[in-house]
Design a protein. Sequence first.
Length: 195
Amino acid sequence: MYILEVAFKIPCPWRSSINGDAKILSCRPWRDNGARVLVKVRGEIDQDKLRGSGAVLSAAYKLKDGTALAFIRSKSCPCRLAGIGDAHVLQARVDAGRIAMKIACEDRSEVVKILSNMRSSGIKIIYARWRKVKDSDFLTKRQEEALIMGLLKGFFDTPRRADLEDLSRDLGVAKPTAYIIIKRAIKKLIKQSLL
């Protein structure tokens, strides 16, 4: 198994119909090759330009801060055409005109196929890197147990309802051992989420 991390410029054809800032909050496959997109917009949406790009505004909700949440349905999605819609996307972030994704791939040939499809569909890749998944990438049973127990007991609350001593007693380990288990578990989660 491989993890592909790829960032690319937002290729959405409807983006030019928004006069102002737009942030993609969520994007889901729709029909054969399209997508349903939830966008936070600060500005106006040119409906004619939107229809000209093969998309429609299906709903919009004004917010108190002057922005709007808009649902856009697009008949054609470059990400879907590149095969990303069929991939196991673990994480996707939208930032400053680009999308960064982590995709789980069965093997290296799937990584190569996704990147090749992206390039051939006109997606401009900013960076791409992949790595083989190791057992050490996942939480151990003990780390998972410590995090869940800490959450349930209030170790992560502010103010704390349980301290490290309480947690170590419930786990049946010494206080320094409990600290190491929690620290390593949090480090793995941060690496999975942010890197």
